[in-house]
Design a protein. Structure first.
Length: 138
């Protein structure tokens, strides 16, 4: 099983503060003979809709030497996880979780924004100090 990201507990706490119940830590998927471990699985029952929402969250810290390299890895992993979820748990929506600082410093660049739009990557942006969700970006 892969090691947890340095922001793992912060994101987990932020989700719980936002009313999500963590159902998997990590969320294990097996497609054919390949195993995937998405950082978190969570769900929330919405009273107004009387149905549950299910998400999967992949957490990335972007603390490596190259933000571009980290982005390439995160994008590839996110796309593969999304395909695995489509096959095994199609009701779950995948979010890539990044810190507010990473969003402001790196993800604000036009090419990164274009990539997110092109590949339809959903973001969960959190504040690592307050351990709260700042923005859900569809």
């Amino acid at each position: 099983m892969p090691s947890k990201d340095i922001f793992h507990q912060s994101v987990r706490t932020a989700l719980e503060k936002d009313g999500w119940m963590i159902t998997h830590d990590p969320l294990h998927l097996k497609v054919d003979d390949i195993e995937f471990f998405v950082d978190l699985g969570a769900e929330r029952v919405l009273a107004a809709q009387k149905q549950g929402q299910k998400i999967a969250v992949e957490i990335k810290s972007f603390v490596g030497a190259s933000g571009v390299t980290e982005f390439h890895l995160a994008l590839g992993q996110t796309l593969n996880y999304r395909l695995a979820l489509k096959k095994e748990e199609p009701e779950r929506i995948l979010y890539l979780s990044i810190s507010q600082d990473t969003y402001q410093d790196f993800f604000s660049r036009q090419f990164i924004q274009d990539s997110l739009k092109e590949y339809q990557i959903k973001l969960l942006i959190f504040n690592s100090l307050s351990q709260e969700i700042v923005l859900w970006k569809e």
